[in-house]
Design a protein. Sequence first.
Lengths: 329, 329
Amino acid sequence: MVKIEDIGEHQLLAIIRPYCDQEKIGDDGAILDVSLGKKLVITTDILVENVHFSDSTTPPHSIGYRATTANLSDLAAMGATPIALTIGLSLRKDVEISWIESLYQGIQQCLAKYNIKIVGGDITRSIVNTISITAVGEVSQNKAIYRHTAKVGDVILTTGFHGLAKAGLEILLYPEKYSHIDDETRKKVIFAHQYPQPRLDMIKHLKNLHPYPQITGMDSSDGLADAIIQICQMSNVGATINRQKLPIPLAIKKITDDETALNWLLYGGEDFELVLCMNVKVAQYLQLRLGKNCHIIGEINASSEIQLIDHENVYPKLLLNQRKTFQHF
Amino acid sequence: MVKIEDIGEHQLLAIIRPYCDQEKIGDDGAILDVSLGKKLVITTDILVENVHFSDSTTPPHSIGYRATTANLSDLAAMGATPIALTIGLSLRKDVEISWIESLYQGIQQCLAKYNIKIVGGDITRSIVNTISITAVGEVSQNKAIYRHTAKVGDVILTTGFHGLAKAGLEILLYPEKYSHIDDETRKKVIFAHQYPQPRLDMIKHLKNLHPYPQITGMDSSDGLADAIIQICQMSNVGATINRQKLPIPLAIKKITDDETALNWLLYGGEDFELVLCMNVKVAQYLQLRLGKNCHIIGEINASSEIQLIDHENVYPKLLLNQRKTFQHF
């Protein structure tokens, strides 16, 4: 297997170049257009080997795809449409060239859906593989989504399903524990972990709303509970989450018990869905349009707590716990 | 000494927050303005501990300053004016909090001169300290500087002086070898290594040129020779460099012999000056304006070589050597 140390910098750059926008690279920076009247949105995410990914659970193609999704998801969370990406890579010198090619193919596959390209970056050696992506996008001033604007009475709408990525990671980490799980379920949750989708489709729907409503939100990269906690803290509000309305995917029901399922759903992370607060009528309209693809799970209130309540009184009242959310240190 | 592992993520973020633009952070991305009619310029640079910096030669304040300069210099090299920066940090958990504060103070000191701020980023743990900065700037379409547009007959103009940063690094690495060097000289070259300046001042001068001339160029972050080689390769031209016109700073003459001085000057790197190709009349006008702050060192020709020639025939003709330039792997 050919490694970086066998080929040197110039050949390495020659291998990466075809994955980049030929017109934008080769200079000290890339020159891009921002549409007339739009604001620029910029976001940076770092993935470190053995912290955010591991060769044992994530092939390089999927690492590239997920890293790209993480950044595009941040743009979606701001209500923005992506323009371009820069890729900063720090690599061990014993990394195989095929690993790098596969990583870029994963990035490219994710980007291709949105017709955007890699326009620059940096590559250097290190003792640990690290991928640092910066994505730029654009948004109309009045359609930008922030975390601090949630109002009492807003409902909380989530896209898609939470907990699937965590279920996939569990199966990859502990295959023997889950050896009884059927192939279809296994594939579904592993795919959710390895190939999460940024919810830019939702942004398209939001953009078409007239008149444009106030929407507050963020993505659920660090978990559904974390997103709700962050939004409530920054908006100085509380919330109630209706336990019966939290959608537990069938795949997760097949894999684990109710309590673990709830934990994965609230604290699992890396589903890259959107958690949005808005007027109930707007939320209901979106639900009619999107069907199963979004769920109204709770409501913003004037308290200082985030309560998980059960209208059917089967489960006791719980408070969302910040200490259970993903800690980067 | 308090370390990251002692305080955790939330306190760490609280320490970093004061160094950032309060209005831009706290969401999934930062929202920025690009001036009407301007293009966006984006550039990314990664600095890895023990590859690009070391605690033995560079205090954290200077690491922050240099990392910022490296990015702003890339914007200057594109003819762009900076707008904002994002900082991606991967840190060992035993890093002292005072180290991180000092790093941000260095970044802030460099940014303050240009009235720009940190608007976002990411922070995560790793096994090696890594700083990944992305800078965004703006430029008028017709004033963007590329590497591929040098024309036969253009002269090569460099800003400032080359080799000083390398001289500073040498003194820091081998203090005993240079123990005879006077304090003033020592301080001057160590400052050049630890606190290099991005040449955004030059961009201001260029912007005022009417009519705006064709200017080709890049910065000399990887060395003066590297910059000339890159420009010639991308423009499909050659060049002659006049050895007598290469300005050897007095400080370097005091520190080392002629041959080493020439090597530092051509291949030392990290001076973050600009290497620009343009019509001779424009270059002469700039030289009148800037005086000692820029030098016409050679000329672009139609050959495929870059020759270092000596009009006084003291030294033999040399070819610039790509293998001597900084290799990232």
